[in-house]
Ligand binder design. Structure first.
Ligand code: NAD
Length: 241
């Protein structure tokens, strides 16, 4: 039977590329996003289903997973990928508490709701795989927006803490930490700067191929740095022993 795959933030950028990639592999793809027009278009390309989902709402996450199982009869892979940037700074002028709340709500709380909704269902349908999109900002690779960085460190904490327990139940949880990727999250001037400075800039399709590789692997509790032109590189974490 075909794999059933759910991708959040799949109307654009990395999530859209992951949805298309799995669609080409013959998977049953559920595209989740707040962007209805973009999400429906990607779902059509992937031959799948669009479910309007605001990942900051617990009930939307539960309904999304329910819709995937109802439509396709199972669940094999979930990519919790929706995210936003621009959390403001900590000076007198650029501090924005509302904006901070929004970035935490999407990047951290949204992932928590997604984990809560998906993990038991993956386990109940014979096990599977889940990937969370962190960032190189989540492993201290560059000086980023500090609020964004905190959320991206946070999701690695979730992945590392949950992975051992859920691996015993047949669900492998990993994180990806992409470097710069050419998507609308980066304004054109940021792309110009990245290219001008000679930093690696990946295309979303490259990231999608790595996500599929990680989803199929037997590993759990890992965070993989994904840079243009390089194989996924697991981050070395300190060990207890
Ligand atoms: P993008 O802006 O192209 O895509 C993000 C998608 O998330 C959009 O379709 C948006 O509508 C959706 N989204 C936002 N809030 C949502 C919500 N509450 N509920 C559902 N969907 C929501 O950006 P992207 O670069 O593809 O970002 C995908 C992920 O990759 C993000 O988590 C981002 O932090 C991460 N990331 C991006 C880069 C990069 O350089 N592009 C690098 C590292 C990590």
């Amino acid at each position: 039977m075909e794999q059933v795959v759910v991708v959040t933030g799949a109307a654009s950028g990395i999530g859209a590329a992951v949805a298309r990639h799995f669609g080409r592999l013959g998977a049953r793809v559920v595209v989740a996003d707040i962007d209805e027009a973009g999400g429906a278009a990607v779902a059509e390309e992937a031959g799948g289903l669009f479910v309007r989902t605001d990942t900051t709402r617990e009930e939307d996450n539960l309904a999304l997973i329910e819709a995937a199982v109802a439509a396709y009869g199972g669940l094999d892979f979930v990519h919790l990928n929706a995210g936003i940037g621009d959390g403001g700074g900590f000076g007198q002028d650029d501090y924005d508490a509302e904006r901070q709340h929004r970035v935490l709500a999407v990047n951290l709380h949204g992932v928590m709701f997604g984990l809560h909704a998906a993990l038991p269902v993956l386990a109940a349908h014979g096990g599977g795989s889940l990937v969370v999109t962190s960032s190189m900002a989540g492993v201290g690779m560059a000086p980023f927006d500090p609020v964004y960085a905190a959320t991206k460190y946070g999701v690695i904490g979730l992945v590392r803490s949950l992975a051992p327990t859920w691996q015993e139940k047949g669900v492998r949880i990993n994180a990806i930490c992409p470097g710069f990727v050419r998507t609308p999250i980066l304004p054109p001037e940021a792309i110009d700067y990245i290219v001008g400075e000679g930093f690696a800039l990946a295309e979303p399709a490259e990231i999608a191929a790595s996500v599929a590789e990680i989803a199929a692997s037997e590993e759990a509790g890992r965070a993989y740095v994904l840079q243009a032109g390089s194989a996924p590189e697991p981050v070395a974490f300190p060990r207890l022993d």
